[in-house]
Design a protein around this ligand. Structure first.
Ligand SMILES: Nc1ncnc2c1ncn2[C@@H]1O[C@H](COP(=O)(O)OP(=O)(O)OP(=O)(O)O)[C@@H](O)[C@H]1O
Length: 792
């Protein structure tokens, strides 16, 4: 036995040595490439500051390209090289641009029979797979980029459908050192030789090893173990909409992230327009944001939480379910349309002083900068009085109202209608002035009219009136105005019930923005419009005139770096939009996300059984509207890589209640550890004790999931236990995972909202190793501590 072990070890060491030699060669080549890139950058920089604008732009472009390249090469990858495939000879002898043979099928004579009739073959090609592609100085592939077509068989080949692959090897390395190898044989019946030696096979279960590893607070990439059904999604052509459904733990988030990297690799030019990944919570954003850099991709991908999609509005707080339901519903659209126009009619000066929210913009005929709205004296908006051509002119409330209605007719954004309103005011004053009949000569009449307009509109009282009567409305300002129950009642008449109006007004009256408010702000931004600002004039530097430099100096051109940064900051539309946990988007959120991808292709991943939104039909309608008539391709992921079978089995009981008829994904492994049930005398001490117990049993993280209204309390309970343990509200647990979880009071979570059972299903499917369920009184636990909801 011992001799056999020693033999296995020596084969393993030899194979590790083979891969180490290859990795050394790769790093030598990488160093050469780094020197080349540095040389290019220095060379470009040396060309200095002078030259035609075209030459300077070319220099910047070169520095930019070399810089990006250098960045990628210098990236300290954990495991630069992670895979290898040994392939049979292909059908034809053609090579692709990555230097590998292109044929998918083996040549007819690739497999022969030996004297005993057993199948034998020679390995015709060996490819190493890594995070980025590396060619040697003769353009032969040292490493194939995992996204290149030649790498696809590494992920897709199975014993049932092996293609040319004989052996698939996962290489474990850290920095420059190879630590181990794990092989899978795709043609176990075949005896294959490589360079005259029999192909060695080391270990089994690279995937299992990856799944069993302790979890940290950040997600890992899965490049070395992407499974065939996942690879189909990652490499699906980016035409139109790719929809991916799959239960908890099937790798939807992982697949979405790898797809972003794949699309960039495959068509960098097209996706220079940016990829947006929409995530439900900031927690999931920080959990996932390390994955793309580990795949060599940064910059062109923005991962944003739903509460951070609008610049300047970072919302992290959650509304109670009944409020979220109102704010998320597409009925809000009608309310917002009314509010966007109605906010003008509100007693503006009073509103401005009360809430300091309605901002007064800097139109050219507007306030002095720094003129705070709250600081101005109140201006009457129910009457306009001016003096023109020596006489006093007046417009009264009813006339003003008519003018406003006239100006507001149509659907143009309110803030853009101000010049029209101003014109209508001047018209009305003009007809009162008696100026109209004074000249018959049209030229003289026009002149008189324009001097009238100039006179009136430069009068302080007119300006002050206009500012107060037609202020520039901001989304925040209108949302705050909706916090007034009376006004909201007017705007929401026959759309919301009086009860809903009361609840919504109370919520909007608060200072803090909630995640659901952000979609309302985005909608309002569109309804209100942004008035054109007067262009900033180039500052005049008297020294320029003295030295005559102004004419000689070419205008400094924006470098490509600056341009890329500016575009990323300004971007509101993307070339590809990926929506994670798509089942949770409300109709109003679909509208907000839809606006960011009007001309984009899409990837949408989600699981209806985990939806916390109560009205799936309404959301589906909004989703259809956001995606338009683009054709859709649907995929399903069926294997649960997160939960052991013991936990998945328990969760399936809740699934049957939460989404009858939906199938659970198949758990890929089993740990032998069944979920533990505890009945709490005192919730606080039971939860703390169970968290502590799990901390001793796992190496990584422990998540304690409670009903949303217990979040703060639970965080206090666990404060002393260190940072491996985290308290989470049930809605925050979305998409995350921990080595072990404590789910506190399933009944409380389930009763929290109409979608509570689906939220509980999410909570129960977060653990990779162990699960403890702590029941309180509401859970009605049996003698074994099993709560009513989880009994057979
Ligand atoms: N092919 C794979 N190789 C290794 N690990 C994998 C693979 N696929 C998924 N995993 C792991 O399984 C876990 C679940 O993946 P992920 O979070 O992407 O699932 P999900 O479908 O988004 O789940 P949920 O719906 O619960 O949010 C992660 O730890 C992920 O790294």
């Amino acid at each position: 036995m011992a001799a056999q072990d020693a033999a296995v070890d020596s084969v393993r060491d030899r194979e590790i040595g083979v891969e180490q030699d290859h990795l050394d060669q790769v790093y030598r080549r990488l160093e050469e490439k780094i020197h080349e890139a540095e040389f290019l950058m220095n060379d470009a920089a040396k060309r200095g500051q002078v030259g035609t604008p075209g030459a300077l732009a070319e220099r910047d472009a070169q520095v930019f390209r070399a810089g990006v390249h250098l960045n990628r090469l210098n990236n300290e990858f954990e495991d630069f090289l992670f895979g290898r495939i040994d392939l049979l000879h292909g059908k034809d002898g053609k090579k692709g641009p990555d230097g590998a043979f292109t044929s998918v099928e083996p040549a007819d004579d690739a497999v022969r029979e030996d004297a005993e009739g057993a199948p034998v073959a020679e390995i015709g090609e060996t490819l190493h797979i890594g995070r980025i592609g590396v060619l040697d100085s003769d353009y032969a592939p040292l490493v194939i980029d995992w996204r290149a077509p030649a790498a696809a068989p590494f992920y897709r080949s199975t014993p049932k459908d092996p293609g040319r692959v004989v052996r698939r090897r996962v290489i474990r390395s850290k920095g420059r050192q190879v630590l181990g190898v794990e092989d899978d044989l795709m043609r176990p019946e075949l005896t294959a030789h490589l360079d005259g030696e029999k192909l060695a096979v080391i270990g089994d279960g690279a995937l299992m090893a990856a799944l069993g590893q302790a979890r940290s607070h950040t997600m890992r990439d899965i490049v070395s173990s992407i499974q065939a059904e996942q690879d189909m999604v990652i490499r699906a052509p980016a035409a139109s909409v790719t929809e991916v459904a799959g239960g908890p733990g099937t790798g939807k988030t992982a697949v979405a992230l790898h797809r972003a990297a794949y699309l960039l690799y495959q068509d960098r030019r097209r996706y220079a327009g940016g990829i947006l990944i929409v995530s439900p919570t900031p927690l999931l954003v920080s959990y996932t944001e390390g994955v793309l850099p580990s795949l060599g991709e940064e910059g062109q991908v923005a991962i944003r939480a739903l509460g951070s999609l609008v610049d300047g509005a970072e919302a992290t707080s959650y509304d109670e379910p009944h409020i979220a339901r109102i704010k998320g519903s597409s009925r809000m659209l009608k309310v917002l349309r009314k509010a966007a126009r109605g906010a003008l009619e509100a007693p503006v000066t009073a509103v401005a002083q009360e809430e300091g929210q309605l901002s007064f913009g800097d139109f050219d005929d507007f306030d002095e900068p720094g003129d705070e709205p709250g600081a101005r004296p109140a201006v009457r908006t129910d009457m306009l009085r001016v003096v023109a051509f020596g006489s006093r002119l007046e417009l009264e409330a009813a006339e003003l109202q008519r003018i406003r209605e006239n100006a507001l007719s149509g659907t143009a954004p309110v803030n853009l209608l101000r010049p029209r309103a101003r014109k209508l005011l001047l018209d009305a004053l003009w007809s009162k002035s008696g100026g109209r009949g004074r000249h018959t000569d049209p030229e003289l009449a026009a002149e008189l009219r324009s001097s009238f307009d100039e006179d009136v509109s430069s009068e302080d009282s007119f300006l002050a009136f206009l500012n107060a009567w037609w202020p520039e409305l901001t989304p925040r300002g209108v949302l705050a105005a909706m916090g007034d129950e009376k006004r909201l009642g007017r705007w929401a008449r026959r759309i919301l019930t009086p009860r809903e109006v009361r609840q919504l007004a109370r919520s909007l009256g608060r200072e803090e923005l909630s995640v659901h408010d952000v979609a309302l702000l985005d909608e309002l931004q569109l309804l209100l419009g942004t008035p054109a600002r007067p262009k900033k004039k180039r500052e005049y530097d008297p020294l320029d005139a003295l030295t005559g430099l102004e004419e000689l100096m070419p205008q400094r051109e924006e470098t490509q770096w600056e341009r890329a940064e500016r575009l990323a900051a300004e971007r509101t539309e993307y070339a590809h939009v990926i929506v994670d946990e798509a089942q949770d988007l409300t109709p109003m959120q679909w509208r907000m996300v839809g606006r960011r991808g009007r001309t984009a292709t899409w990837t949408i991943v989600g699981d209806a059984a985990q939806s916390s939104w109560t009205d799936p039909e309404e959301a589906a309608e909004a989703r259809n509207e956001a995606l338009g008539s683009r054709p859709r391709r649907k995929f399903e992921l069926t294997v649960n890589y997160r939960n052991p079978a013991e936990i998945a089995e328990l969760a399936a009981k809740v699934l049957a209640l939460a989404a009858p008829g939906m199938r659970s994904p198949r758990a890929v492994r089993s740990t032998g550890v069944v979920p533990r049930f505890v009945t709490a005398g005192d919730l606080e001490s039971s939860v703390r004790e169970e968290a502590r117990r799990l901390l001793e049993r796992v190496d990584g993280t422990v998540g304690v999931v409670v009903a949303m209204n217990r979040r703060a309390q639970a965080a206090r309970w666990l404060a002393e236990l260190g940072d491996r343990v985290v308290a989470l509200g049930s809605l925050e647990a979305k998409g995350l995972e921990y080595d072990a979880t404590v789910v506190v009071s399933p009944a409380e979570i389930a009763e929290e909202s109409p979608a509570g059972l689906r939220v509980l299903y999410v909570a129960l499917t977060r653990a990779t190793q162990q699960l403890t369920v702590v029941s309180g009184k509401r859970d009605d636990p049996d003698g074994q501590g099993v709560p009513a909801l989880l009994r057979d």
